[in-house]
Design a protein around this ligand. Structure first.
Ligand SMILES: [Zn+2]
Length: 68
């Protein structure tokens, strides 16, 4: 099991959909033969389990429309 990727070290930001909590383990209510719970792991659909999202391109002055 791995933790979320820290958003500060890469050019990414924390996923706004899952807030960095990219994978949820849902118990199915059944148990394996050894007594452990049968879990269903579901990844965030927006970031596919990474917990990060790419940064939006920066707004430059060329992007701004001047009102006349
Ligand atoms: Zn996400």
């Amino acid at each position: 099991m791995h933790g979320p990727t820290p958003a500060t070290t890469t050019r990414t930001r924390i996923c706004p959909d899952c807030d960095g909590f990219a994978t949820a383990a849902i118990t199915t209510g059944t148990r394996h033969d050894d007594g452990t719970r049968a879990l269903l792991r579901v990844d965030c659909r927006a970031c596919h389990g990474t917990g990060t999202a790419p940064l939006r391109p920066r707004l430059t002055t060329a992007d701004l429309e001047v009102a006349a």
